[in-house]
Design a protein around this ligand. Structure first.
Ligand code: MG
Length: 369
């Protein structure tokens, strides 16, 4: 089987509610999505998506994905998409680094491989759990009152897991954490995501002031060095995500005991192939996981769900449904959707969902053999 054509689409995905990243540093209203369609000489078509969480979250942006695809396309055309390692190596030779630009191609290859094998991707990867995965909300808010209101909006949709965005102002962060904990429902999974918004000194002030609550913080500093430096000085469990990009990051964090949880975002780490290696490092070191896309439509959520299904139930805290935050649906209701706060693994072969091509407009680029 050969990849014969690569079509690239750009779609704006508006957010239903404007979003403030931790500390109010960054505000997003629309996501820049890149959809990739791989066609093959076997008549099987695969879809991939790359949607950064705005251009200011991590070093990844929509135009960069499309520029990367332009550079890599001729090295990918003609390859067998089922041989994902060949495709990965070809992309690495054509363009070192730029993992986020490679992720949609890797995803589309897995979609094709699953369809060819007549298996959902999770089963092709070795076996997917059918236990529904709780969806984590993404609570971008500023004040105690706003935080309560946004959390309630998600609870009304059935959500039992929440990622509450904090960072920036010590007193306000402590007040918001104490208020959320005071109103925590039984069984809820709550993570306080700093998104790198603290200095080391700010991190220690909040983490010590809330020590009695034993809450978990995500990315409480800019780098692995920052997280390592404060690690002996507080007692809180830690999740890392933005500074978990390469396998070397994962091995260092695992061996040095820098985190109890990995937040694996497939687009950031270069796609499903690389994310699966990170999963194995986590499992080998007793590290639990959140598994999600950096953002995007139901396609991106579905890809992350397949990987999440290959994590043992006890080690997978939650996934994400960024689709629930958007005002447009490029797949017309198909694919895994929120059911009582959970996503259920699709049983169709491959990714299990494809976009409505009519909703994508004309491709912005087409590369063919
Ligand atoms: Mg995070």
């Amino acid at each position: 089987m050969k990849i014969t054509q690569i079509s690239v689409y750009q779609v704006d995905l508006p957010l239903e509610h404007p979003y403030w990243l931790s500390g109010g540093r960054l505000k997003f209203e629309v996501l820049d999505a890149t959809l990739v369609k791989l066609e093959t000489d076997a008549g099987i078509t695969g879809w991939g998506e790359g949607t950064p969480w705005g251009h200011t979250y991590v070093p990844a942006h929509g135009p960069g994905i499309r520029a990367g695809l332009e550079t890599m396309a001729r090295f990918v055309l003609g390859l067998d998409p089922r041989r994902v390692l060949d495709v990965e190596r070809a992309m690495d030779l054509a363009l070192p680094g730029h993992l986020y630009a490679k992720s949609p191609v890797d995803m589309a290859c897995w979609d094709i491989a699953g369809q060819a094998a007549e298996l959902p991707i999770a089963d092709l990867m070795g076996g997917g759990s059918r236990t529904p995965r709780p969806i984590a909300s993404s609570v971008g808010a500023k004040t105690v009152g706003e935080t309560r209101a946004v959390l309630q909006r998600y609870r009304d949709r059935g959500y039992v897991a929440h990622s509450v965005k904090i960072g920036g102002d010590v007193e306000r962060d402590v007040a918001r954490i104490r208020d959320v904990e005071a109103h925590r429902a039984p069984g809820e999974i709550i993570l306080y995501d700093v998104n790198r918004g603290w200095s080391r000194q700010q991190a220690l002030r909040v983490m010590r002031a809330t020590e009695d609550l034993r809450v978990m913080f995500e990315q409480p500093g800019e780098t692995l060095d920052d997280i390592a430096a404060i690690r002996p000085l507080h007692a809180a469990p830690v999740s890392i995500d933005e500074c978990l990009v390469t396998l070397q990051d994962a091995t260092r964090a695992a061996r040095e005991g820098l985190a109890e949880v990995f937040g694996i975002k497939l687009n950031r780490v270069g796609g499903l192939t690389r994310a699966a290696r990170m999963r194995d490092i986590a499992l080998a070191h007793g590290i639990d996981m959140f598994v999600m896309a950096t953002g995007g439509s139901v396609l991106a959520d579905a890809e992350a769900l397949h990987l999440a299904a290959t994590v043992p139930d006890h080690a997978c805290h939650a996934v994400w449904a960024c689709q629930d935050m958007l005002t447009v649906d490029i797949a017309d209701g198909r694919g895994p959707r929120n059911r009582d706060g959970h996503l259920h693994l699709p049983e169709r072969p491959g990714l299990g969902v494809a976009p409505d091509e009519g909703a994508l407009g004309d491709p912005v680029a087409v590369y063919a053999l």
